[in-house]
Design a protein around this ligand. Structure first.
Ligand SMILES: NC(=O)c1ccc[n+]([C@@H]2O[C@H](COP(=O)([O-])OP(=O)(O)OC[C@H]3O[C@@H](n4cnc5c(N)ncnc54)[C@H](O)[C@@H]3O)[C@@H](O)[C@H]2O)c1
Length: 268
């Protein structure tokens, strides 16, 4: 089988959430293709940077708490400074908390929306200004969630954030299209990462068994190829504003079936 050239070599990318899970997987895969990457996270990105260095790639890291506008602004400026310019922006970071509707706390609600939607819009604003200014196009990729299609118990804020993110992505795509900047969304279903480590094995299995394709969680190696294809102008030059699920078909099935008694217990 011949290797497919994505045409990404020599490009530069800023990736939020690059310390862990899906962000780390996309960053490492990009670096393997010869993309210089800047990882942004509130956690240490040491492990991802080591993996990138081991494969001979170039990586930088920016510490950021995405809930704060000044830090998001500095993150983009620092990435442009480290990399020289930005060809690609990948918005992966998100936070998730399980809180039933009667136990909703304003701080949790605000933190989730700030991290998952507002930070993305602030970062895309600064990245767009940079990309428009240099006049060479660019590509943005935003990570959604299957919860956009299927509501999940005790995840109201997370679901609102992800559906909002999709609405934002579509607006971004039409506003940036005249500048040759493409914007798309990759929408994962169920993947074993720290984000879902608070769920019990029963809850994880309840979601996995609804996956039409194999009744299993996805593997991180099954997300990065799609992300790279959407970031590649060679593969996706005519694709913008698209939301592509990578979930084994989970978006076509309920996330989790609970008995009435189980559902009532969330709010008792
Ligand atoms: N794992 C899944 O099953 C699943 C399913 C659907 C969607 N997703 C999405 O995939 C993306 C990646 O999640 P993951 O599963 O790899 O989880 P993860 O926990 O491994 O990664 C999320 C990263 O975001 C960072 N982060 C969170 N809040 C932050 C903040 N305020 N400032 C800076 N960094 C912050 C975390 O430190 C972490 O490194 C998220 O957008 C998530 O919503 C994941």
């Amino acid at each position: 089988m011949s290797a497919l050239d994505l045409g990404l070599r020599g490009k530069t990318a800023l990736i939020t959430g690059g310390a862990s899970g899906i962000g780390a997987a996309i960053a490492t895969a990009l670096a393997k293709e010869g993309v210089a990457v800047c990882l942004a996270d509130r956690q240490s990105c040491r492990d991802t940077l080591e993996a990138i260095a081991q494969q001979g790639g170039t990586g930088y890291a920016v510490k950021v708490d995405l809930r704060f506008e000044d830090q998001v602004h500095s993150m983009v400026a620092q990435a442009i400074d480290d990399l020289g310019s930005l060809d690609l922006f990948v918005n992966v970071a998100a936070s998730l908390a399980s809180e039933s509707v009667t136990r909703m706390m304003l701080t949790t609600w605000n933190d989730i929306l700030a991290t998952n939607v507002t930070a993305c819009a602030l970062a895309c604003r600064d990245v767009a200004i940079h990309m428009i200014g240099r006049g060479q196009g660019g590509v943005m990729l935003i990570v959604g969630s299957t919860v956009m299609y299927n509501p999940a118990y005790a995840q109201a804020a997370y679901r609102v954030s992800k559906t909002g993110l999709k609405a934002y992505m579509e607006t971004l795509a039409i506003e940036l299209a005249p500048y040759g900047i493409r914007v798309n969304m990759v929408t994962p279903g169920s993947f074993p990462t720290p984000l879902v480590s608070h769920l019990s094995s029963e809850q994880r299995w309840a979601a996995a068994r609804e996956v039409p394709l194999g009744q299993r969680e996805g593997q991180l190696s099954e997300v990065a190829p799609l992300a790279l294809a959407l970031l590649s102008d060679t593969f996706s030059s005519y694709i913008t504003g698209a939301d592509v699920p990578v979930d084994g078909g989970l978006h076509l099935r309920p996330l989790y079936f609970g008995s009435s008694e189980e559902v009532k217990r969330f709010n008792s």
